[in-house]
Design a protein around this ligand. Structure first.
Ligand SMILES: Cc1cc2nc3c(=O)[nH]c(=O)nc-3n(C[C@H](O)[C@H](O)[C@H](O)COP(=O)(O)OP(=O)(O)OC[C@H]3O[C@@H](n4cnc5c(N)ncnc54)[C@H](O)[C@@H]3O)c2cc1C
Length: 366
């Protein structure tokens, strides 16, 4: 008989939810994590009494009542509503594109005036858009494209909008109401006390080993458990035998500033091409912090290369094809379950990763 029912590789949200549900069924779990802390990308680090989102800003939002109830059993959520602001060369615009944005841009006041302005500016594109620039103008008109879409998108992709394919932007949400709430979901907020509160509850009762790369000691850990829940990279699991999957990465520059309120909002997007970073996060605003100092993070969009944190899977045709080869191998495994954003090579919001781990646990425990 093996010592554990499950060996969980990685201590992110997927593993956490699975472990929590497994523990409720009396299963014994060992968690192996290569970082020196648990929580995966939702981990928060405390600096100056502020919970700093070390791997990028995380705002919980969902329309799924079951998931909302589940996370609220783990932590109480505050009333944070994401309302980012765009800074274009010092001009400040509300996001997402809504009546506040249009009023600031054109000095207009009614939805009819805003619609007429956009229609007039869209008219410059006739026929099928040939690139991302034409596509964006055909959706929101020239002014919004030039001030709020162009520079930001070029920084994100590292290429000129004229050289990017039109299909990248299928739609650009436009709202003809004075509503700055970024998300359309029914529920949103930040866990009071930060995401670590949730993570600690999820892994309660599990044995944990930090700073251990499972792949370097695979046989040993496989020998400890009946089944493995693997949330690392799927190509890494198979020794990259068909080639490496690609990602987009981010670089964060975090700084303590000697001022209690640096930018007045959690997220400011820099939408001009010249500012090298895409946004600045001021972490205290996620939790309405009143500390005397503040912590800000400049976020840069960068190409991913070996040794960097793989943030966003590149789900283009080439990478999807490669992923399918690995997925075919994974399907044949009866001892290992692949899950989460790296195991499934898929961008998952937090609510979706919880949903996925829950449905997997349902299959396991009935
Ligand atoms: C920049 C950014 C911002 C985001 N913002 C939001 C947001 O605002 N709202 C939202 O809902 N979602 C957001 N997300 C998505 C959210 O981060 C994910 O849904 C969630 O973190 C995925 O959890 P996971 O368990 O699948 O993966 P992860 O959190 O990546 O956990 C995987 C863990 O496995 C460990 N691991 C990997 N390989 C090994 C190995 N060989 N041995 C041991 N350990 C290993 C890793 O170190 C990591 O800790 C954002 C994502 C990013 C990248």
């Amino acid at each position: 008989m093996k010592k554990y029912d499950y060996v969980l590789v990685g201590s992110g949200l997927y593993s956490g939810v699975f472990a929590y549900l497994a523990r409720q069924k009396g299963k014994k779990c060992l968690v192996v994590e290569k970082r020196d802390h648990m929580g995966g990308n939702i981990y928060c680090e405390e600096t100056e009494g502020i919970h700093v989102h070390r791997y990028g800003a995380h705002i919980f939002h969902t329309s799924n009542k079951k998931i909302w109830q589940f996370v609220n059993e783990l932590a109480e959520f505050n009333r944070y509503t994401n309302s980012p602001v765009a800074n274009f060369k010092g001009e400040m615009y509300n996001m997402p594109f809504n009546m506040n944005t249009f009023s600031r841009m054109w000095g207009i006041s009614t939805p009819a005036e805003a619609k007429a302005k956009i229609e007039e500016q869209k008219a410059s594109i006739t026929g099928e858009p040939r690139n991302l620039e034409e596509q964006a103008i055909s959706l929101v008109g020239k002014d919004i494209y030039e001030k709020l879409v162009k520079g930001y998108t070029e920084k994100q992709w590292g290429r000129d909008c004229k050289d990017l394919p039109a299909f990248i932007i299928k739609r650009l949400p436009v709202r003809f109401t004075y509503d700055n709430n970024y998300f359309n979901d029914l529920y949103q907020g930040i866990p009071i006390g930060g995401y670590n509160v949730i993570i600690e509850k999820l892994f309660e009762g599990c044995d944990m080993e930090m700073g251990v790369d499972y792949l370097e000691n695979k046989e040993y850990y496989d020998g400890l458990g009946d089944r493995v829940i693997y949330t690392g990279t799927i190509d890494g699991y198979y020794g990259y035998r068909f080639g490496k999957l690609e990602y987009r990465s981010l670089r964060f520059e975090t700084q303590v500033v000697d001022i209690d309120n640096y930018q007045g909002v959690a997220v400011v997007n820099y939408t001009d091409r010249e500012t090298p970073y895409t946004r600045i996060i001021e972490h205290k605003h996620f939790e309405f912090g009143t500390q005397p100092k503040s912590v800000i993070t400049r976020e840069y969009s960068v190409d991913w290369s070996e040794g960097m944190e793989p943030y966003y899977p590149v789900n283009d045709e080439k990478n999807q094809e490669l992923f399918q080869k690995y997925a075919a191998l994974a399907e044949k495994e009866d001892h290992v379950i692949f899950g989460g954003r790296l195991g499934e090579y898929k961008y998952y919001d937090m609510d979706k990763v919880i949903e996925s781990a829950m449905s997997r646990a349902d299959k396991e425990f009935g």
